[in-house]
Design a protein around this ligand. Structure first.
Ligand SMILES: NC(=O)c1ccc[n+]([C@@H]2O[C@H](COP(=O)([O-])OP(=O)(O)OC[C@H]3O[C@@H](n4cnc5c(N)ncnc54)[C@H](OP(=O)(O)O)[C@@H]3O)[C@@H](O)[C@H]2O)c1
Length: 221
C-alpha cells in the first residue's frame, strides 16, 4: 500500500511485542515496520525492516526513527538483569531514548507497555520504575500518547518464570472470584494487549492516555 504509515517497534521478540509485530506487518495501515532487535528475527516480510542495534548507542540509528507510530514493549526481569540499575536501563532509559529520537524525527504517537500499579511514589521498585517511566515519556510531549497498564500477562513464553506461572494458574482457577474491585487483577493475554495497542494506534484519542487492564481487554478483543 502506498502512503501508508510507518511504525517503529522495540521489543518485537517479547511476549507482547512478537504478537504486535504480526499485527503491524499484516495491517493495511502500515507500509513499513522498523523493528529494533538485538538478534535477527527469523521473519521475512516485505514490509519488515529489521535493525540490529546496540541499545547503548541508539542515537547511531536515528535515521530509522522517522516514523508515525512508535510501539515500545521492552522490559526485563531482575533475574535476567541482575541489578536494579541494569533493569532500569532496559525498562526506563531505552524507552525514553527511543521516544526522544522518534520525537526529534517527527513521530506523532508513542504507545507504551507499562504495568498495573505503576506509581513513581511506590515503595516497590518495579512499580516505582514503571511510574517514573510513564512520567518521563509524558514529558516528551508527543501529540498522542497511549500507556497500557496490563495485569499479569498470559501467553507462551520460552523462558519459565515460576512466580508468573503460579500466579497465572491461580488467576485462571480463581477467575470467578475476581469480581468487583478485584476484577482489575484478572490476568490478560499478551496477544490481547498487542491487539489493543494496534487498535489504539488506528483510533487516536488525544485526551486519553492511560489504559487499564479491563479496558485493554475490551479494546483488544
Ligand atoms: N510479565 C507480566 O506479567 C507483566 C505484567 C504487566 C506488565 N509487564 C510489562 O510488559 C512489558 C512487556 O512484557 P513481555 O512479557 O511482553 O516482555 P518479554 O517477553 O520479557 O520481552 C521483553 C523484550 O524486551 C527486550 N529486552 C530485554 N532485555 C533487553 C536488553 N537488555 N536490551 C534490549 N532489549 C531487551 C527483549 O529482547 P530480547 O529478545 O533481545 O531479549 C524482548 O523483546 C514489560 O515492560 C513488562 O515489565 C509484564
Amino acid at each position: 500500500m502506498m502512503n501508508g504509515k510507518k511504525a517503529l517497534i522495540a521489543g518485537s521478540t517479547g511476549l507482547i511485542g512478537s504478537e504486535l509485530l504480526q499485527f503491524l506487518i499484516h495491517a493495511k495501515e502500515y507500509e513499513k515496520v522498523f523493528a529494533l532487535v538485538r538478534r535477527p528475527l527469523d521473519i521475512n516480510h516485505p514490509k519488515l525492516i529489521e535493525i540490529i542495534v546496540d541499545y547503548s548507542r541508539l542515537e547511531e540509528y536515528a535515521r530509522y526513527f522517522a516514523v508515525d507510530d512508535v510501539f515500545v514493549c521492552l522490559g526485563t526481569t531482575i533475574k535476567k538483569a541482575k541489578t536494579q540499575e541494569a533493569m532500569y536501563k532496559v525498562d526506563v532509559e531505552y524507552p525514553v531514548k527511543i521516544g526522544r529520537l522518534a520525537k526529534e524525527k517527527g513521530a506523532t504517537h508513542y504507545l507504551l507497555v507499562s504495568s498495573m500499579n505503576a506509581n513513581p511514589k511506590s515503595r516497590i521498585f518495579y512499580s516505582r520504575m514503571k511510574g517514573e517511566l510513564e512520567e518521563k515519556i509524558q514529558r516528551l510531549s508527543f501529540e498522542y500518547l497511549s500507556i497500557f497498564r496490563p495485569s499479569l500477562l498470559l501467553g507462551n513464553r520460552q523462558e519459565f518464570r515460576l512466580g508468573e506461572e503460579f500466579a497465572a494458574v491461580l488467576s485462571k482457577g480463581l477467575r470467578f472470584i475476581f469480581v468487583g474491585p478485584l476484577r482489575k487483577y484478572t490476568a490478560i493475554q499478551g496477544k490481547t494487549v498487542a491487539k489493543a495497542m494496534y487498535n489504539t494506534a488506528q483510533h487516536k484519542q488525544p485526551q486519553k492516555i492511560i489504559y487499564h487492564s479491563q479496558e485493554i481487554q475490551k479494546i483488544g478483543t
